[in-house]
Structures are given as C-alpha cells and as structure tokens.
Design a protein around this ligand. Sequence first.
Ligand SMILES: [Zn+2]
Length: 257
Amino acid sequence: MDKILIFISGAIVGSFLNVCIYRLPKGESIVSPGSHCPKCRRPIFWYDNVPILSYVILKGRCRFCKIPISPGYIIVEVITASLAVALFTAFVLGPKFAAYSLLSAGLIVATFVDLEIREIPDEISLGGLVVGLVFVAILPGTLGAASWSRALIGSALGAFAGGGSIYLMGFFGEMVFKKEAMGGGDVKLMAMIGAFLGWKLALLTFFIAPLFGSIAGLILKVKDGRDIMPYGPYLSLAAVTSIFWGDKVLRMLFYGM
Ligand SMILES: [Zn+2]
C-alpha cells in the first residue's frame, strides 16, 4: 500500500519534471500558464493530464488535433515513479530518502534536457548545488554527520570533489587534444551530485560514469569536444548507481568484503 502511494506521488512529481524539461530550455515559466497542446494550443484539462494514465488512455495523442505526444512524457513519469519506489524500498522514509529523491529529480531533468539540447540548465545544476548544501546542513543524517557544520563541510567537500574531478578531466583533455573537452554544465552537475552524496560517492560516480558512457565514447567526447555526446545522462546514471550500491562497492574495494 505504501509503495502504491509512493508510486502515485512519484508519477505526479514526474509530470511536474516534464514541465521543467519542456519549459526550462525555452526560458518559460514553470508555473504558468497551464499546459496546452504544442500544436493546436488548446488547453489540456486536468482529466487529460493525469500522469501515466492519460497518456495510455489517449494513446499518446492530443484529444483534439490527434497530434502524437512525445513518449518522453510517460517515460519520465514512469522513471520518476519507479525510482521513488526503489528509494523508498532501500532507505525507508528519512533524510536519505528525501535527499536522494530531490537529487534524482534534478538528475532526471538534467538528463532529458541534456539529451534534447546538449546543455544542462543552471537552474538545475547550480540551483541543485545550493539546495544540496542547505538540505544536508539541515538534515546532517543525510551524510551520516553528527552536526550541521560537519554535514555542511562534508557536502562542500563533495561538491569540490565532484566538480573538481570533471574539471580536471576536461583540463587534461584540453591539454592533450587542444579542444574544449567537457562542458561547464557537466562540472556544475557533478558539483550538485557531490553536495548530496559527499566526496566518496562523488568520486565513485566520476569513475563509474565512463562505464555507462563506454570508454570509447568518453575518449571521443574528450577528443572531439562537448557537442559530440551529452555526458550528463551518464553522470546521472552513475550517481543513481552510487546511491543504491555505492557503499557496498566502496566497502568491497577498500576492505575486500
Ligand atoms: Zn492538439
């Protein structure tokens, strides 16, 4: 029962994330006006805007002009809802669940915007960085710290480790290939990830992201510049992996158990 409620809440959040994904790159407000069909401009009524369900019932088309609606919408809602359930299952309700839910929401928006326009909006990366620092300071348990000041230091260290690792990779990539290697967006995204996860999981994220992006893809990116492929989605996937399995992986690496 709990999981059903979490799934429904996640789907609702996902439908808000869709609005961010669609509007942030255009510089539009995410609160008003209400949703409308991109083709016929007719407003979308609440009963046609129910997360996941409406898309299925309307068979992915506008009720009026029947123009196909991007499956990206339902994909984002299903991913957000499923991730919420997975986080709830792994962490139950608590500071970690709240922090990781916030981070995941930011990562989902960053991923889909990056796939679309090869850029990560500052509202998400820098905004998320600030939210991460403040959140961890208010709930030190997120990083397992005993006081707000220690938590804040841990969060800031995480941001430096995350942003710094990608920055250095870009710096050396530029030295070797004489081209801009990593976009500033990736640096800011990793700073946000580090602020939520701390330096250990941030560095782990940095090291496992190429496994998702494939080593070859990463070399291509560093060699040929930022527009070849978006790296944000791989960083995001790596961050989510670190959330669920990072502690286990670190323990195996350093203590062999
Ligand atoms: Zn329409």
